[in-house]
Design a protein around this ligand. Structure first.
Ligand code: CTP
Length: 414
């Protein structure tokens, strides 16, 4: 066995298809064997000859090639690879994948495969933002497909926004990550498919909440807090690096999605609660979000006038406690981890919160300094066997340690 990694690359029909040629070149240079499938629409943008020359392999285009069916069989073609990559994944291809259509060679392979699938979408910004596309993406992510976030910027069609295909180097790095390999020298610009760190969360699903919530007062005002989302995003990134499928339910933050993480953006606590439920089942949940405790009892539909409010106040209603309700849910994750941001005595109230909310662990931190929005964190891990004090660490290191502990706990529970 040579140990050479094999990719089945499905090239859909979009102007970004030309970038898939560069992707093939990068992968071939890194000694990855690439077999290309070109859809009819894809063939309008790049030719089979280009992909065959760059990959050094025959390019497959039709389901109805009798010789090919006898020779290889499309089922085998879909399973011989270590990873199936759909790039560019057009809105049409994503919709067909989400609905299980098998109308041509590419979609038939995608339905027949038992190999992990990476979709790299590229399309017009309105098509990307359309609820139908977003629904299809949620379905695909639920089915275990990894979906890369598109880049934002000027588009070939003249509009501006998210929908651009990421650069081939980024896609190659994501492929390397999914193959369980690392980019050894990112500065060199070439993915190095050298053996990587162990991936103790392979096959697990982790749910992470992060960031603040915004609770609308009226169409222009809201109640919020100072959470930056950085600790939660770092945990999601560390869990993805450890091999987990990660769903990150994020409140309004200005952070980019870590590679390999499925992100669901929400605004309010109620939306966060719904997104958490939609993401179940999960092996573990880490609730890092700083959920607003209250919301205005009724958000005004028109902007409130200045006069009157200061005297009468804004009536508030209590928000659902997402962590406590998850602890009582029939689909409760095996390991439930809460965060407790405190300004008083962090340990006493974290110990009490662990029991009251039904969490397995509470990560307690003192937020009286610049922790919210800062880059470091000093935490204490409160479990049923006591309290561990961790040193003052960068948030990324807190994340790595916590993810390592989660992997250990899930392994011993098996
Ligand atoms: N949490 C939640 N839903 C809420 C409030 C909090 O899921 N409505 C979760 C947080 O994500 C965190 C944990 O509960 O994991 C503790 O959050 P914290 O704000 O410290 O707890 P509160 O219940 O708001 O307690 P306090 O009375 O100290 O404000």
């Amino acid at each position: 066995m040579s140990g050479q990694r094999r990719i089945l690359l499905i090239v859909g029909g979009g102007i970004a298809a030309y970038k898939s040629c560069e992707l093939v070149r990068l992968l071939a240079k890194a000694d990855v064997a690439v077999t290309c499938v070109l859809t009819d629409a894809g063939a309008e943008f790049v030719t089979p000859m280009t992909l065959a020359t760059l990959s050094g392999n025959r390019v497959h285009t039709s389901l109805w090639d009798a010789g090919e069916e006898a020779e290889i069989g499309h089922i085998q073609l879909s399973r011989a690879a270590d990873l199936v990559v759909v790039c560019p994944a057009t809105a049409d291809l994503l919709a067909k994948m989400a609905h299980g259509l098998a109308s041509d060679l590419a979609t038939t392979l995608l339905l027949a495969t038992d190999t992990p699938v990476l979709a790299v979408p590229a399309m017009n910004v309105r098509m990307w933002q359309h609820p139908a596309t977003q629904r299809n993406l949620a379905t695909l992510r639920g089915d275990g497909v990894t979906v890369m976030e598109p880049d934002e910027g000027p588009m070939a069609c003249g509009e501006y926004g998210p929908g651009r295909l990421p650069e081939p180097e980024q896609i190659a790095a994501e492929i390397a990550r999914l193959l369980g390999r690392v980019v050894a020298d990112p500065l060199a610009g070439q993915p190095d498919f050298a053996p990587a760190a162990p991936r103790p969360l392979n096959g697990r699903h982790l749910l992470v909440t992060a960031g603040p919530t915004h609770e609308a007062i009226d169409p222009v005002r809201f109640i919020a807090n100072r959470s930056s989302g950085r600790q939660g995003f770092a945990i999601a990134a560390a869990a993805a690096d450890a091999g987990a499928r990660v769903t990150l339910v994020a409140g309004p933050v200005s952070l980019s999605t870590p590679p390999g993480v499925d992100r669901v953006d929400v605004e309010s606590a109620s939306e966060m609660q719904a997104a958490v439920h939609a993401a179940l089942p999960a092996d573990a949940a880490v609730m890092v979000a700083a959920v607003a405790d209250w919301r205005p009892a009724a958000a005004a539909t028109a902007k409130l006038p200045k006069s009157g409010i200061a005297d009468s106040g804004i009536p508030l209603a209590a928000n659902p406690d997402i962590l406590a309700e998850l602890a009582r849910d029939p689909q409760r994750p095996r390991l439930l981890v809460g965060f407790a941001a405190e300004t008083g005595d962090p340990l006493a109230s974290a110990t009490e919160k662990r029991i009251r909310k039904g969490a397995d662990w509470i990560v307690a931190n003192d937020v009286s300094g610049d922790v919210m929005g800062g880059s470091a964190n000093q935490v204490h891990l409160v479990t049923d066997s006591g309290v561990e004090d961790w040193p003052h660490l960068p948030k990324e290191e807190v994340a790595r340690r916590l993810v390592a502990r989660i992997a250990e706990a899930l392994a011993t529970d098996d």
